[in-house]
Design a protein around this ligand. Sequence first.
Ligand SMILES: [Zn+2]
Length: 177
Amino acid sequence: MTTTTPGLAERAVRAARTHRAADPDGFRHRHDNPETWNRWARRARVARTIATALQVPVDAVLVTDDPHRTYPARTGDVPGDLITITDRATGSAWRFIPDHTTPGQAWLLLDHCPGCSAEAPVARVATLADLGDHLDPDRDTRPVWENQKTADHQPGCTELHSAAETAARGATRRSVG
Ligand SMILES: [Zn+2]
């Protein structure tokens, strides 16, 4: 039995169809003006970078507008990047947003907050090992509370509340020590 790798044309057409289905507006309007084309090209680089870091095929990565987060730019607020990696082996989707403390080099994994079940950053990921440390933590693994924005959580979220207390205790310890 032989397995054949699809040719470039077949893979290109499949990639276009995937984009049209997943992000119709972004794909259709990518040539509208220099800004949209620049965003499209920049997101292509984001996809290549995270695909390399997490050792997945580039065409498993889709970067679209983040419906919940905007960032200030010279031209006003622009939508952030929402990075979706579809795992071929399991079919499950992994979502990331940029980690703005290390632009282009690390990302924040989004998952359901245990306190309020809203989707929020749960791990800072630059390598496959970071993701593994989150999935299989040991006692040194620390949650990513410094990146938490109240807006990502439901009002009264217990995790956010206890994280604020932990951060306050840490600050007190540092100022004493
Ligand atoms: Zn929460």
